[in-house]
Design a protein around this ligand. Structure first.
Ligand code: EPU
Length: 292
């Protein structure tokens, strides 16, 4: 694969992806792009579409495991501030797809806008959160989303209104290539009350999940009406290891990696957990993280 001249300022070949993910594992992207404007992004997307180059969007890197072999084609990051603006007005907030979800939540709380605070502590970008309908037991991002601006795989920019958006558990109809902006309609509340509530969510989360570790959020989706973490725990798998990857003692739906781990270790551990839970409890677990 070759790139035409003109993309050099924003595209790097052979970029190691481990440094861009929370797992800190995996190989390199054949090409890695950090566009600095919507126009640059659009030109790149159009080029990839015309040349048949596979293109993937990397969000905050907190819900992805990159294989050791690396990723063919183009990986695009919206880390440039051009994609991260957040603006509140009345009961609405518009946030760029590249903004950090945590930043959006803190702006909402500061403005006295309620709804997103149960999501505190969820890492990643606004685009990633919308793509996978990130959430917690207190709610998900989709329920507050009233509009989105996306870029399709052919580089077209499209507005999608509430009627055109559907969200379910860790699922969203926002399956276009890029989420450029999300618009959220929230509820007015006293910022001090909101701050207290957010702090409570944060304390519970910190006590139950290994937030500071080399990890990637919950590995498996919760099967309907059940908790994957509880099932993995009941199957006696806490502390199970493959190489440098271990089922977390604090919460069994997390896998934590150490400095010696490879992606292959994590993948083998995922297989082990799935087969043990299936054998012992008769439940088939499905991964929540994306495996590249
Ligand atoms: N439990 C165990 N052992 C464990 C883990 C959990 O027995 O190792 C039990 C808990 O004691 C509790 C029940 O399982 O009775 C549920 O646990 P928890 O409240 O931690 O919720 P969860 O269903 O495991 C879900 C989301 C989390 C989210 C929390 C809190 C999924 C897959 N997980 O976890 O989201 O933070 O609720 O709202 O939907 C994520 O999606 O990446 C994620 C971390």
């Amino acid at each position: 694969m070759s790139l035409p001249t003109g993309f050099e300022p924003i595209v790097r070949p052979g970029e190691p992806l481990a440094q861009h993910t929370w797992f800190r594992l995996g190989g390199a992207a054949e090409y890695f792009a950090e566009p600095r404007s919507v126009d640059e992004l659009q030109a790149l997307v159009r080029h990839c579409a015309a040349e048949g180059i596979q293109i993937r969007m990397l969000g905050g890197g907190s819900n992805v495991l990159v294989r050791d072999e690396g990723v063919p084609g183009m990986v695009v990051s919206l880390a440039d501030p051009a994609f991260g603006a957040i603006k509140a007005s009345g009961r609405k907030i518009v946030a760029g797809g590249g903004a950090k979800l945590g930043h959006l939540i803190s702006v909402a709380v500061r403005e006295g806008l309620a709804g997103l605070e149960p999501l505190v502590g969820i890492p990643g970008s606004v685009g990633g959160a919308l793509h996978g309908n990130a959430g917690s037991r207190g709610g998900d991002i989709g329920q507050w989303t009233c509009r989105a601006t996306v870029m399709t795989r052919t580089g077209e920019i499209v507005e999608r209104d509430r009627d055109d958006l559907t969200f379910a558990y860790r699922e969203s109809s926002l399956d276009d290539l890029v989420i450029l902006h999300g618009e959220f309609e929230l509820e007015k509340e006293d910022p001090e009350e909101l701050t207290k509530r957010m702090q409570k969510y944060w304390i519970v989360k910190k006590a139950n999940q290994p937030l500071g570790h080399q990890s990637a959020g919950c590995i498996f989706k919760n099967p309907r009406g059940m908790s994957a973490g509880m099932l993995i725990d009941q199957a006696g798998l806490k502390g199970s290891r493959v190489g440098g990857a271990e089922v977390c003692d604090l919460h069994a739906n997390f896998i934590v990696a150490d400095a010696s781990a490879s992606s292959q270790d994590v993948l083998r551990l995922i297989d082990l957990v799935r087969s043990r839970v299936s054998e012992r409890l008769g439940v088939e677990l499905e991964t929540e993280i994306e495996i590249w």
